[in-house]
Design a protein around this ligand. Structure first.
Ligand code: FE2
Ligand code: FE2
Length: 277
């Protein structure tokens, strides 16, 4: 298959109304807020990934990988623009809005500083860690049917985004290796990446939970608690082996098994797109 078929650039235009339900995962405000909160980072993290890959292009000699890298940047560019639209609504309608904006400014400074001052190899390894983790998470989310328990329009945004994360799963890894990245360096950075990125995610989530105690209280019935626990157990069981596999020296994103719903999701979002190139 050609590169354009593997990594198509779809232009989507999601609409987010002020009355959309931010508890978009059925009966799970904490998990919903973990995603919604963490996505505040994307308009800064994804441009950082784009800047990183673009800065590495001179060192990528393989034509196919260069084309994949250009398409990776274009997909990420679409992602953060759609998330940015949603983030503006979230900051307006959620009581944690001002705090989320503060945290977002903090994150913007970090990623801008890294692009300006950190070695390219550090930025590439951070990107590789992020992309390997999102691919593992995306596959586990599809495999466990998490999208069946989600509400639009956030469901569509998330499903489209994680499906494209799987489409471009090899790019950050291959560009990192093409630039001299090696296993030991990757592992050292993977540990740092996990602490750093997941630590930030938790801060966004905590801000949203803290500012909405009445929402949290609404979902405290024992049967909801049991459903959440079952969902999380199934997800963790699917996710952990995939994540751990990314830490092995022989990890290769091109050979990971893909969930049965993946191809259908690709077609669905190509059909929904305003344009595909
Ligand atoms: Fe993305
Ligand atoms: Fe990505």
């Amino acid at each position: 298959m050609g590169v354009a078929d593997n990594i198509p650039i779809r232009r989507l235009d999601f609409e987010f109304a002020d009355d959309m339900d931010l508890v978009f995962i059925k009966d799970d405000p904490a998990l919903s807020y973990l995603f919604v909160g963490s996505w505040m980072m994307l308009p800064h993290l994804e441009p950082f990934l784009i800047r990183t890959v673009q800065a590495a292009l001179d060192q990528v000699k393989n034509d196919r990988l260069r084309e994949e890298a250009i398409r990776f940047c274009a997909q990420e560019g679409q992602h953060f623009r759609q998330h940015q639209k949603m983030n503006e609504v979230v900051k307006r309608i959620h009581p944690a809005g001002p705090r989320l904006a503060e945290l977002e400014r903090e994150v913007a400074v970090i990623f801008e500083d890294w692009s300006a001052n950190k070695p390219l190899k550090f930025c590439l390894a951070y990107g590789e860690g992020f992309e390997s983790m999102t691919c593992a998470a995306a596959r586990a989310q599809m495999e466990t049917g998490m999208f069946d328990d989600m509400k639009e329009p956030i469901r569509g945004l998330m499903y489209w985004h994680i499906m494209e994360e799987v489409e471009h799963r090899t790019v950050a890894h291959d560009v990192y290796r093409a630039c001299g990245g090696n296993y030991l360096h990757r592992m050292k950075l993977a540990m740092f990446f996990q602490r750093h990125y997941l630590g930030l995610c938790k801060r966004f989530q905590a801000a949203m939970i803290e500012a909405a105690p009445e929402v949290m209280a609404r979902y405290q019935q024992p049967e909801m608690e049991a459903k959440r626990k079952a969902r999380m157990t199934a997800y963790t069981k699917a996710f952990m082996p995939k994540l751990l596999a990314t830490y092995t020296p022989w990890y290769s994103p091109s050979s990971v098994p893909l969930p049965p719903s993946y191809e259908g999701a690709r077609r669905t979002f190509s059909d929904l797109a305003l344009s595909v190139r």
